[in-house]
Design a protein. Structure first.
Length: 385
């Protein structure tokens, strides 16, 4: 057994945003030494890492030289140099989730093809090398409006995803390799976080329900447990576990799902890392998602995934029309509300829809928690000084 705790063992984390910062709460708890690489000199993780390196996550040499200093390498963002991870792995450094898993997930076209090969239910789609090819298909009536456009690389937080309802909407999308997905009429957007360690031990968290912001295409509320039928919840966990086993990933896998009008469960997409839909676990679960990711990648026994209580999470994002030094207006008002716990990510500059923090509302009565969540949303404003 490796000695990870209060030892010379080093964990390298690629990416130093809020997910890295929250992961570092847990490495601090266990006294595990960490190295963090991020392009920003002001990365939220900088204050909590043992060693912080500023550098480009997509640059082969930077990632390779950074990873060489560690025993285990992990990441909090998918946009990292996979070739460097493969070389590190070939040289005996443990990389989890593996570069092989990341290859299947990093490109959304490859990810969709993988679901088809593995008989995992997903929306019908077609891949295109560029916008021109997509336009040609529409002109030839090979495809029709409406559909969901997704760039195959680098889209997250609502960027790189667009609902295309008519020819005019095509002007809003960028000319990159992409997929067009048929629109699925769904009742609910759900997510299940699955955790798996190298021994193949697998656990899943309860199903959460995600309510989206109509314009920003970002999650506004995450509700746990999801307000759905027990059989649907069971099916969602089974599908998510099947996805996890197909990828053979190690660490956390957040599986985003649609519950169709007929109560079928289909896979939207996955993220091989801690995820926005799991932030509620910090206060709401026996083992939060960040500790669970650590347990998995270090091949330690997995923690319990059950919830202690009902929880609703609200994302704090920059208000439209404000760019500059951040100011959390009326944060003291929400601190006075029952069961409200804010998390501020440590980004000094706000801009419209930028994720700046989140607030968890803990309450055994979910409808009460959802009401308080709405009050939080309407009270606190992320603006500039």
């Amino acid at each position: 057994m490796n000695s990870y705790f209060s030892s010379d063992f080093k964990l390298a984390i690629l990416g130093g945003g809020q997910l890295g910062k929250m992961l570092l709460y847990e490495t601090r708890k266990f006294d595990i030494q960490t190295l963090v690489l991020d392009p920003s000199p002001e990365a939220p993780s900088k204050i909590a890492a043992n060693h912080f390196v500023q550098g480009d996550l997509m640059d082969f040499e930077t990632v390779y030289n950074f990873g060489k200093q560690a025993d285990v390498v992990t990441f909090e963002i998918e946009a990292v140099n996979i070739e460097a991870l493969e070389k590190l792995q070939a040289e005996g450094i443990t990389v989890y989730p593996s570069p092989q898993t990341l290859r299947k997930i990093q490109d959304k076209g490859v990810q969709k093809d993988f679901y088809t090969e593995q008989n995992i239910p997903t929306a019908a789609y077609k891949r295109f090398p560029n916008l021109e090819a997509l336009r040609l298909d529409l002109t030839a009536n090979q495809m029709s409006f409406p559909f969901v456009w997704k760039s195959t690389q680098g889209g997250y937080d609502g960027k790189g995803v667009q609902v295309v309802r008519n020819a005019e909407d095509l002007n809003k999308i960028i000319d990159v390799p992409c997929i067009a997905e048929s629109m699925i009429p769904f009742k609910n957007e759900l997510a299940v976080i699955v955790v798996r360690n190298p021994k193949g031990e697998v656990k899943s968290y309860p199903v959460v329900e995600m309510e989206f912001h109509p314009e920003a295409n970002q999650v506004e509320y995450v509700i746990c447990p999801a307000r759905i039928d027990e059989q649907v919840a069971q099916k969602a966990r089974e599908v998510a576990t099947k996805v996890s086993e197909a990828f053979g990933h190690v660490g956390l896998l957040a599986v985003e799902l649609f519950q169709t009008e007929d109560d079928d469960i289909i896979v939207n997409e996955v993220a091989p890392r801690p995820h926005n839909s799991g932030h509620y676990t910090i206060e709401g679960s026996y083992t939060n998602q960040f500790e669970q990711h650590l347990r998995a990648i270090l091949d330690l026994p997995l923690g319990e995934t059950e919830s202690k209580t009902g929880a609703v999470m609200v994302n704090l994002v920059g208000e439209e029309g404000y760019t500059g030094d951040v100011f959390y207006e009326k944060i003291e008002h929400i601190l006075a509300l029952k069961g409200v716990i804010p998390h501020i990510y440590g980004k000094r500059e706000t801009r419209p829809f930028r994720k700046m923090g989140h607030v968890t509302i803990i309450n055994s009565d979910l409808s009460e928690a959802r009401k308080i969540a709405e009050e939080v949303k309407n009270t606190i404003k992320v603006i500039t000084k």
